[in-house]
Design a protein around this ligand. Structure first.
Ligand code: IPM
Ligand code: MG
Length: 359
């Protein structure tokens, strides 16, 4: 039976990077005898323009039917003035919530040939391999009350609510503990328990779970310190567990350590095999339509799709090896090219990965 893969390009560079990744998926499917049935849907600004809704019913129906979703990025200056509930980002958040994609995995790995591309000294990042596990469907992104309201004295105030139920903390912490158990055996939970009650509960629930994972060494860091440690000595970490907002911030930081935010894939999982796979970077409207964006984060996201949703770990590893090989061959998109290196375009990088799949 063929697997249903929903392709959602989104906005900006989304169409180009997703097209490259789809070609890689098709090529690996042909090599490994996988049957993939691709559908396409709109999300974000593209959906808002076409249907007046950043998460239209047709996309919702297709997303619910799919075995896995490959997604590009949403947003852009065109929709900057759009009301918050209709913004492109609201479409992505609605999709994450609708499919209960609570577990966001963001692996930050430095490919050896790119150690020189990092903003940090090469010895600080060479061999870096960390996994950020971000809670994705709760916290301040979704908490009520929210809004901008007018006080009785006529002054406006904005409000958002950081709220976590025990069960939400427990299920994401279990994902992080399990991942740590399969990797280096170390888990660092990130919070702001010196100030926030919600963080104190977060820390308490994570501590309670530790007894179930005796093989995992658990630590805690306040988020400000975690940011500093990530920038100062990132290799001390194995798995980082974060609430939604802290994970958003720290994953951009983790991403850039690897040489370029254009290298970082992600998986957003529902805990039952379904998932949405997307690069961590945004829609880069300034690069859109120019064939210059780096498709590797999306291609590596396609590998995660094969591993986590389609039970095809060998095909996933084949893609990851092909990406490593093209980097070793010296191919670079503009974001990861260093002085003297000639940059290739989005499509050429995708083609190079396809060519490297079979070797
Ligand atoms: C991310 C993005 C999203 C987020 C935006 C586009 C809503 O920054 O996936 O990190 O904040 O989660
Ligand atoms: Mg982000």
């Amino acid at each position: 039976m063929s697997a249903r893969v929903l392709i959602i390009p989104g906005d900006g560079i989304g169409a180009e990077i997703v097209a490259a990744a789809q070609r890689v998926l098709e090529a690996v499917a042909a090599l490994d005898g996988l049957e993939l049935d691709f559908q396409h849907a709109l999300l974000g600004g593209a959906a808002l323009d076409a249907h007046g809704d950043p998460y239209p019913p047709a996309t919702r129906a297709a997303a619910r039917e799919a075995d896995a979703i490959l997604f590009g990025a949403v947003g852009g200056p065109r929709w900057e003035q759009t009301a918050v509930e209709l913004r492109p980002e609201a479409g992505l958040l609605a999709l994450r919530a609708d499919l209960d994609l609570f577990a966001n995995l963001r692996p930050a790995q430095v490919f050896a040939p790119l150690a020189d591309s990092s903003s940090l000294k090469p010895d600080l990042v060479a061999g870096l391999d960390i996994l950020l596990v971000r809670e994705l469907t709760g916290g301040i992104y979704f908490g009520e009350p929210r809004g901008i309201r007018t006080r009785p004295d006529g002054e406006r105030e904005g409000v958002n609510t950081e709220i976590y139920r025990e069960s939400e903390i427990r299920r994401i912490a279990q994902v992080a503990f399990a991942a740590a158990g399969e990797r280096g055996g170390r888990l660092c939970s990130v919070d702001k328990a010196n100030v926030l009650e919600v963080s104190r509960l977060w820390r308490a629930v994570v501590d309670e779970l530790a007894a179930d994972y005796p093989q995992v060494e658990l630590g805690h860091l306040y988020v400000d310190n975690a940011a500093m440690q990530l920038a100062a000595a990132p290799k001390q970490f194995d798995v980082l567990l974060t609430p939604n907002l802290f994970g958003d911030i720290l994953s951009d930081l983790a991403a850039v350590l690897t040489g370029s935010i254009g290298m970082l894939p992600s998986a957003s999982l529902d805990g039952r095999g379904g998932g949405l796979y997307e690069p961590v970077h945004g829609s880069a409207p300034d690069l859109a339509g120019q064939n210059v964006a780096n498709p590797l984060a999306t291609i590596l996201s396609a590998a995660m799709l094969l591993r986590h949703s389609l039970n095809a770990p060998d095909s996933a590893a084949r893609i990851e090896a092909a990406v490593a090989r093209v980097l070793e061959q010296g191919l670079r998109t503009a974001d990861i090219a260093t002085a003297g290196q000639v940059a290739v375009g989005t499509a050429e990088m995708g083609d190079a990965v396809v060519a490297a799949l079979a070797s």
